[in-house]
Design a protein around this ligand. Structure first.
Ligand code: S3P
Length: 442
């Protein structure tokens, strides 16, 4: 087990290039495999989660390799070409890998067993398997919803019209992937827009996907099945969810001035930065551009005095992975930060509300929560005690959040189980050190 300690640090500075977006990286391997032709992927995130998806795809017959210059090459096998895997597909810690591949398997005439680590094995899968079963797949899961799970797909599943109770890109994407081999129109209606990388990449691969906001504010996404995906090269933007940790580190550490280059600024992923700006964060975007259908910019961040704000539930989907690090920013802000409509945090890699509340309280911060909200009250003088040990509990974002807290708290923060950071951000510690952070192995 890796234990890391973060100490009060001098100002963070410099210009950093961060690793590729995790969501887009998973999708580039999956869609590349389902396409006809060769997809070259530049900037793929080489984190453990994406590597789990790559090995599962290889077990399904995918041809994925890394070239010498770091480009990933995916030789597509086309739709309905999966081989039945002899061994279970072990998706490790990756909810995205597991759920998206369940959709792809549901739309092909094979059977596969899905397994994962201790954290993934207690995350609910019925939200994905229920609609896939409506499409004709057969699924048996432990207690009806947990891994290990066996999924048998159909070469020609039924197209469905599905109103999802969750604003979840994983649910939406699984249904759209199964819909690729269905006859007719598959439609997903989301209560609020979740990240749209699957839709953007399908269009990039030549598949028409319609997105429409309904009169009641819900979002409808449709595609017609029995279409081919045509391979197209992909440049993966840097991950805004990883940038979030450096951005908050710079905001709370005195004298800091950081530039983060080539960060994805898709509005459906950018809620944290919007919130930090409302809190008074000195954040500006330069060099804004579009790459492969995704917007990208360089982001300049300077140390700032922050004020608490109320974050509306309507923003939750656009920053769902960023609430742990927002709660760290809130701990250093003046007054109350209220995070509404965040119940989904309870079924991520861990119950993120419970873990943040516990660690922050022990570090001297006032926190309260309900099943669906969390409130953090900063002391107002920009200080936090720190000085406690936190177990990451297989959750990379919990580990990184408490290390960032340690950079500006009075006493050292210790994080056990920090090896989990490698699932999404293998270079976190070297990049933080490069910027000036004091993070050491215990
Ligand atoms: C992801 C979707 C989100 C997010 C996860 C990645 C994706 O999950 O939390 O880290 O790549 O589709 P949900 O779809 O369950 O909200």
């Amino acid at each position: 087990m890796l234990t890391l300690q973060a100490r009060k640090s001098k100002s963070l500075s410099g210009s950093l290039t961060l690793p590729g977006d995790k969501s887009i990286s998973h999708r580039s391997l999956i869609l590349g495999t389902l396409a006809r032709g060769t997809t070259r992927v530049k900037g793929l995130l080489e984190g453990a989660d994406v590597m789990s998806t790559a090995s599962a795809l290889r077990q399904l017959g995918g041809q994925i390799s890394r070239e010498e210059d770091g480009t990933w090459r995916v030789d597509g096998i086309g739709l309905n070409a999966f081989a039945e895997p002899a061994e279970p597909l072990d998706l490790g810690n990756s909810g995205t890998g597991a759920r998206l591949l369940m959709g792809a398997v549901a739309g092909s005439g094979i059977t596969a067993i899905f397994t994962g680590d201790a954290s993934l094995s207690v995350r609910p899968m019925a939200r994905v398997t229920n609609p896939l079963v409506e499409m004709g797949a057969t699924c048996t899961a432990r207690d009806g919803t947990y891994l290990p799970l066996t999924m048998s797909g159909l070469a020609s599943p039924m197209a469905i019209d599905y109103a999802s109770p969750h604003a979840s890109a994983q649910v939406k994407s699984a249904i759209l992937l199964a819909g690729l081999t269905a006859r007719g129109q598959t439609r997903v209606i989301e209560p609020a827009a979740s990240r749209d990388h699957t839709e953007t990449m399908l269009r990039h691969f030549g598949v028409p996907v319609e997105s429409e906001t309904l009169d009641d504010g819900r979002l409808s996404i449709t595609l017609n099945g029995e279409v081919d995906l045509n391979a197209a090269d992909i440049v993966v933007p840097s991950d805004p969810s990883s940038a979030a940790f450096l951005a908050v580190a710079a905001l709370i550490t005195e004298g800091s001035s950081l530039t983060l280059k080539g960060i994805g600024t898709n509005p459906l992923r950018f809620g944290l930065f919007e919130t930090l700006m409302e809190m008074g964060g000195d954040i500006s975007l330069t060099n804004t551009r579009v790459e492969g259908g995704e917007t990208v910019a360089d982001i300049d961040i300077r140390h700032s005095a922050l004020k608490g704000v109320s974050v509306p539930a309507s923003r939750a989907a656009s920053m769902i992975d960023e609430y742990p690090i927002l709660s760290v920013a809130a701990a250093f802000a003046e007054g109350e930060t209220v995070m509404q409509g965040v119940g989904e945090l309870r079924v991520k890699e861990t119950d993120r509300i419970a873990l943040m509340e516990d660690g922050l309280k022990r570090a001297g911060v006032e926190v309260s929560s309900t099943p669906d909200s969390m409130t953090v009250t900063g002391r107002g003088d920009g200080t936090v005690n720190g000085g406690v040990t936190v177990d990451a509990n297989h959750d990379h974002r919990i580990a990184m959040s408490f290390l960032v807290l340690g950079l500006a708290s009075a006493d050292t923060m210790t994080v056990k189980g920090a090896e989990t950071i490698a699932t999404s951000f293998p270079d976190f510690t070297p990049l933080m050190r490069q910027a000036g952070a004091t993070i050491d192995e215990a």
